[in-house]
Design a protein around this ligand. Structure first.
Ligand code: NIG
Ligand code: FE
Length: 416
């Protein structure tokens, strides 16, 4: 992970949707004399960033909880009082598919404006068959409207809904509903590529999570797990046991969990923005995970409760300053390993021949500036499958140097 393969003075040749070659600029200039040129000399070109963990389908924001936490109320306590995820669920159930779509489009555009070209998007604020399907249909329509690459995940197991918490045997009833009704509906409609569970004391237990994910695997879905976020409960071990593609959060992972994940093919996806926003002192033990040999990815966890940010480069900053990763490790975690966390490692996340031409251009002279100018947005442009994705309109104004670059790009592409 500490070798991001950073090179200078090179050009990237793109044909249609694919990267065909990367090599010395003079050589590529000679070989492709008729190619349209985009001058990136005053910038840093990276593989498009891969945000492998978001909950972007929600209605209203939940800013009132931020002050409650500041006054001493814990995240889980807010949930026990019917706030937290429950509050987003009440709100989403009352909204139409079109309304949710209108709310999600600008959010995903903001992610693209920060360099992201691939986004995993979860359902999980519906928690009824109809409302989960409604959320997943919104994700499908987003993928049709936006140029970004979207990966849909079914998170019907995000919470035990209040109407099930209030009745006897409600927990097992809800798990039955997930496995026998929701999962078959989701998979027969082809609306999700992954299934995910919030496995945490007070939410879904290890056994419930195993039941749900085993059924999802049989239905042909890839597996993800919200694991060991607030308390160690064996989530990382379960993710490895069932062959999950990723185990996410891991701020409270145990020593055994670290060993087991490192020995597995499961990607350890870390979400430092969440712990920052929740005001927690503890962050995931990224160094121990990397040093033990685990594949570590970084993602925003963009959601209304615990991480309302679309600023992926800021997450890279936290990767370096809070998780103590090197810049190279944080770049790899945001590209190659993010792609692996979505089973897309052969397709995106690298600037290499045969990979999709998913690229991000940053107004910077050195890659170390990406996490350095923290909270700033240096992204000047992104491309997905060789086509300009951001800026998509004049209302997104990048950093001044980037604006010059982006305008140049507009001119170039308009002559095609
Ligand atoms: O990843 N941990 C569970 N799910 C989200 C938070 C959801 C919410 O609070 O709305 C997360 O942090
Ligand atoms: Fe999450």
């Amino acid at each position: 992970m500490n070798d991001a393969g950073i090179v200078t003075g090179v050009a990237v040749a793109v044909d249609g949707e694919r990267i065909v070659e990367i090599g010395p600029q003079a050589e590529l200039d000679r070989r492709y004399p008729h190619a349209t040129r985009i001058d990136c000399q005053r910038g840093v070109l990276t593989p498009g960033l891969v945000d492998s963990h978001t909950h972007a389908i929600f209605g209203k924001p939940r800013y009132e909880e931020q002050e409650l936490r500041a006054s001493g109320l814990d995240y889980m306590e807010i949930a026990r009082r019917g706030g937290g995820i429950h509050s987003s669920v009440r709100d989403l159930r009352g909204r139409s598919e079109d309304d949710l779509l209108d709310l999600a489009i600008p959010r995903l555009r903001r992610l693209a404006a920060h360099g992201v070209t691939t986004v995993e998007v979860k359902s999980g604020y519906g928690l009824t068959p109809d409302d989960e399907l409604k959320s997943l249909r919104v994700i499908r329509r987003l993928g049709e409207i936006l140029p970004m690459r979207l990966v849909p995940t079914w998170l019907g197991a995000h919470e035990i809904p209040l109407e099930f918490r209030e009745i006897r045997d409600g927990r097992s009833e809800y798990v039955r509903l997930l496995v026998s009704t929701m999962l078959p509906a989701v998979s027969s409609a082809g609306l999700a590529r992954f299934a995910d569970v919030f496995c945490e004391p007070g939410v879904f237990t290890i056994d419930e999570s195993r039941t749900i994910l085993t059924a999802a695997r049989s239905a042909g879905l890839g597996l993800k797990l919200h694991a060991d976020e607030l308390r160690a409960s064996g989530g990382a071990e379960l993710a490895a046991e069932i062959g999950a593609t990723s185990a996410d959060h891991l701020a409270a992972i145990s020593e055994t969990g670290i060993r087991v994940l490192a020995a597995s093919t499961t990607v350890a996806t870390l979400l430092p923005g969440t712990m920052l926003f929740l005001g927690k002192e503890k962050q995931a033990p990224a160094r121990a995970l990397v040093d033990a040999g685990a594949a570590v990815a970084l993602a925003t966890d963009f959601n209304p409760g615990t991480s309302p940010t679309t600023n992926f480069p800021l997450v890279m900053t936290l990767g370096v300053s809070q998780l103590r990763m090197s810049v190279a490790e944080s770049v790899v975690a945001s590209t190659v390993n993010g792609a692996a966390a979505l089973s897309l490692a052969d397709e995106v996340g690298q600037i290499a021949p045969d990979f999709s031409a998913d690229l991000a251009l940053f107004a910077a002279d050195d890659v170390r500036e990406l996490p350095y100018w923290y909270g700033d947005n240096r992204c000047a442009a992104t491309w997905v499958r060789g086509r300009l994705c951001h800026p998509s309109s004049r209302d997104i104004v990048p950093y001044h140097q980037g604006r010059a670059l982006a305008q140049g790009i507009d001119r170039m592409t308009s002559t095609r």
